[in-house]
Unconditional design. Structure first.
Length: 279
């Protein structure tokens, strides 16, 4: 079963929920697909046993063959290739590697080269768990290719947790695609509710099953609970804000290792989503 954990905005506790659920399961795999700013590894402290470069193709134009017809630039929807009066300009960061420019070139002036856009790190955690995370290189625009690779190499796992990027961007859509269930981490504030609504709209448009965990439930107001009831959305659990939790998280440790209260909540969420046998 593939379970994606996502949130409408950063700072709601999405990663905290992901790593503590992962640590509460007897056997599971976790992937951190927030490749622009991965942080699950700061809490899990696994042993890296493999690193893999993720490559992207981009066009290279042979100026000696190019006729400057402009068909390649007209085809590209991402403005990655533009024809000027003297040469064709290639902006490889914008390229989506679709191959269309090469297909429409009448003089076969376009070939493809490769470059690394980031890495995937494979880690072992405990006796029978593995954790993977991706890291996008600074300056690269899209991490979707890294996310897709993370999902592809873990597609056969029995229980897969996906720590998704925050918000409703292309990266988030790529991360949650194919998930059997989604857990939204939300906070009971006006901004938290507003951003959560966008996530709910996304998941309903994708016809995905989901529920909500309210983090810092003793802060803010009750508007989020009214919304959940009116919309018929499952409330999977509430996690209070406590100073001791902030201290534990600030030093990169897991709440379930220090709090029976949190352990019980994680167990309850697992029972609701996966069933009694996995708790």
């Amino acid at each position: 079963m593939k379970i994606a954990i996502l949130s409408g905005k950063g700072g709601t506790g999405k990663t905290t929920l992901s790593v503590n659920l992962f640590s509460s399961l007897k056997k599971a795999t976790l992937i951190d697909t927030d490749v622009e700013e991965p942080n699950s590894h700061l809490f899990l402290k696994g042993t890296t046993y493999h690193e893999e470069d993720i490559m992207k193709e981009y066009p290279v134009v042979d100026d000696n063959v190019c006729s400057l017809c402009g068909k390649c630039g007209d085809f590209c929807n991402f403005n990655a290739i533009i024809t000027s009066k003297k040469k064709v300009l290639v902006f490889d960061d914008l390229c989506h590697s679709c191959g269309g420019c090469k297909l429409v070139c009448p003089t076969n002036a376009i070939s493809y080269a490769e470059k690394s856009i980031g890495k995937i790190f494979y880690q072992s955690v405990g006796d029978n768990k593995q954790f993977l995370y991706g890291k996008l290189l600074v300056g690269e625009i899209s991490g979707v290719k890294i996310i897709e690779h993370l999902k592809n190499v873990t597609k056969k796992e029995d229980i897969l947790l996906i720590d998704s990027p925050p918000g409703t961007s292309c990266s988030t859509v790529s991360a949650i695609e194919g998930a059997d269930y989604c857990i939204i981490a939300a906070e009971p504030t006006p901004f938290g509710l507003s951003d959560m609504r966008m996530v709910v709209e996304l998941l309903r448009a994708q016809k995905m099953n989901f529920g909500v965990v309210v983090n810092k439930s003793n802060l803010g107001n009750d508007d989020i609970y009214t919304y959940l009831e009116e919309e018929g959305i499952d409330l999977l659990g509430n996690i209070e804000f406590r100073e001791e939790f902030a201290r534990i998280i600030s030093v990169g440790e897991l709440l379930v290792d220090h709090s029976e209260y949190v352990r019980n909540i994680m167990t309850d969420i697992i029972k609701k989503v996966l069933g009694e046998t996995y708790a």
